[in-house]
Design a protein around this ligand. Structure first.
Ligand code: ADP
Length: 369
């Protein structure tokens, strides 16, 4: 043990303290008993958007906090005066001169500035920009509320119809009424299963490190498989399902799973939103990529809606859209998957004439995360 530890001179200690608080990512401000600023760091100036020295200024002259729920400005002197123990909040915003805002985390702690009994009382304020975290939280809350809302209707309808079917059966009743009720319940259960499938694809697509397994896909065979799989659905609506692969289409090196999922979304939408006519799936070789085109003669998408169809949960208000079940997640997931395999999507549509969804998928060299 060092018998006579050498205490560093006061100014060196001061320098150390200064460089320590200046290296902090959070804004730090120490104020004295009169709420005048004694010490601050560069991060504090950044958060306050001030580029001049603020020593000796009143804290309330440089910091304005607003409660975004009530739109009321917080009275800083009172807030500080009332802070006898540590206080923190994630609920305030700072508004800048250009009216832009940030969400802040603020922590206020009473401290003794200086040494020993002579040290005066004051407070240390910590400020952190949490705008990004807040927007993620809001997005998550909105997501949960939309999903639970989307779940409620089909659950209520199927529950109601199954109880009806039970009641009729118990009364030794009408088989056609029982069938009708069970049919309605079944439709809703199918919708629920679609929703759950879309949600699980979404959660896979939203994980940042999603694996892309590159395989050789025979484009001609792929289109034939689609034709075989979707013809019954199309025929049930009196639609023709055509495929038109160019003679020179080669193999496509990409993720079979994602290519399938993307094209299936386009094809099921095309069938769903077309009342008469046809759905055509084409494929063209374009340099080092394959361009797939899914064209329908359906209800079309207004120019205004075209800008929104890839948004989470968006469904057109058109009554013909609402006649079909849908979650509004299909195209949102499609766009995410397309980005993963570096594909580009474009839409061309005219109301009452039909829609053309085009996706250009490049050949990928190897699998990646
Ligand atoms: P949904 O489950 O509603 O089909 P999507 O995300 O797949 O969800 O599509 C979003 C919306 O885009 C649909 O609700 C519909 O309004 C519109 N849409 C997508 N494809 C077509 C299409 N081929 N024809 C007309 N409207 C379409």
């Amino acid at each position: 043990m060092n018998e006579n530890p050498q205490k560093p001179p006061v100014n060196i200690e001061h320098e150390r303290l200064n460089s320590l608080i200046n290296s902090m990512a959070d804004g730090v401000i120490a104020i004295d008993e009169e709420q005048k600023i004694a010490v601050y760091n560069g991060a504090a100036l950044n958060i306050l958007d001030i580029n001049t020295a603020i020593t000796d200024k009143q804290l309330s002259a440089v910091l304005t906090l607003t409660d975004p729920h009530t739109n009321q400005t917080i009275h800083i002197p009172t807030l500080i005066r009332n802070t006898k123990r540590q206080y923190s909040s994630r609920d305030y915003i700072i508004t800048y001169k250009d009216n832009s805002t940030i969400n802040v985390y603020i922590s206020i702690a009473p401290v003794r500035l200086g040494y020993g009994v002579t040290g005066t009382r004051g407070h240390v304020i910590l400020l952190r920009d949490i705008t990004h975290e807040k927007s993620l939280e809001e997005e998550r809350d909105e997501f949960i509320s939309v999903v639970s809302h989307e779940l409620r209707t089909p659950i209520t309808i199927s529950e109601g119809n199954i109880s009806n079917a039970l009641l009729i059966a118990q009364k030794g009743g009408d088989i056609s009424k029982t069938t009708e009720a069970l049919k309605l319940a079944h439709e809703q259960i199918v919708f629920l299963s679609d929703l759950v499938n879309d949600l699980s694809t979404l959660s896979r697509a939203e994980k940042e490190k999603l694996e892309v397994q590159v395989e050789s896909i025979n484009v001609y065979n792929l289109l034939s498989e689609f034709q075989k799989a979707y013809t019954p659905e199309a025929q049930a609506k009196g639609l023709q399902l055509k495929i038109s692969p160019d003679a020179n289409v080669e193999l496509l090196n990409s993720s079979r799973m994602y290519v399938n999922e993307i094209l299936q979304n386009f094809i099921t939408n095309a069938i769903k939103y077309t009342q008469k006519g046809s759905v055509t799936i084409s494929a063209k070789q374009i340099n080092n990529a394959i361009e797939f085109i899914v064209q329908d003669t359906g209800i079309g998408i207004s120019r205004n809606d075209q800008a929104k169809i890839f948004n989470k949960f968006f469904r057109s208000e058109d009554y013909r859209t609402r006649q079909n079940n849908g979650t509004g997640l299909g195209l949102y997931v499609t766009l995410k998957l397309a980005r993963l395999i570096h594909a580009e999507i474009s839409v061309n549509s005219e109301l009452n004439k039909g829609s053309v969804f085009t996706i250009k998928i490049p050949n990928l060299k190897q699998s990646y995360h």
